[in-house]
Ligand binder design. Structure first.
Ligand SMILES: [Zn+2]
Length: 156
């Protein structure tokens, strides 16, 4: 457990530094076989990027450092329970485990409410706040068909 706490403290330090440097109060560290592969804070406001959450930043950095899109064999330490976007990214990246410090309720208490996104996901499409309209499905399927038939594709 000591080792886990060490990596978590790294993530927590990043979160605290981030607050002082003008970013959001979140940090994340990705570790493989006892080695830190990537570490990042939230940089949403600093980089004008709403997807620049600490976990997404750390995943991008880890993938660039390891030159892969698959982080299986790695684990993530994040200063806060991941939001739905980051949780999705963590699953896409195939990370093996998630260690978190603060809960989404703790984040909500300081103005970061992602519970509404969890609520939205659970709603039928037509009941969501952002309208979703289907268009040109037949034409959209053409790229899918080309992918299905492609013999030398890199599946992921
Ligand atoms: Zn997030």
């Amino acid at each position: 457990m000591k080792q886990h706490e060490l990596y978590m403290r790294e993530a927590l330090c990043l979160a605290e530094e981030s607050v002082r440097e003008g970013g959001g109060p979140f940090g994340a560290v990705i570790v493989r076989d006892g080695e830190i592969i990537a570490a990042s804070a939230n940089s949403v406001t600093l980089t004008h990027d709403p997807t620049a959450h600490a976990e997404v930043n750390a995943i991008r950095l880890a993938c660039a450092n390891l030159q892969t899109h698959n982080l299986s064999g790695c684990v993530i330490y994040t200063s806060c329970e991941p939001c739905p976007m980051c949780l999705g990214a963590i699953y896409w990246a195939r990370l093996g485990a998630i260690y978190y410090a603060n809960t989404r309720t703790d984040a909500q208490a300081i103005g970061f409410d992602d519970s509404f996104i969890y609520d939205e996901i659970a709603r039928p499409l037509e009941q969501r706040k952002i309208p979703m309209t289907q268009l040109l499905r037949q034409e959209g399927l053409e790229a899918f068909e080309e992918w299905r038939l492609k013999a030398d594709k890199s599946e992921y």
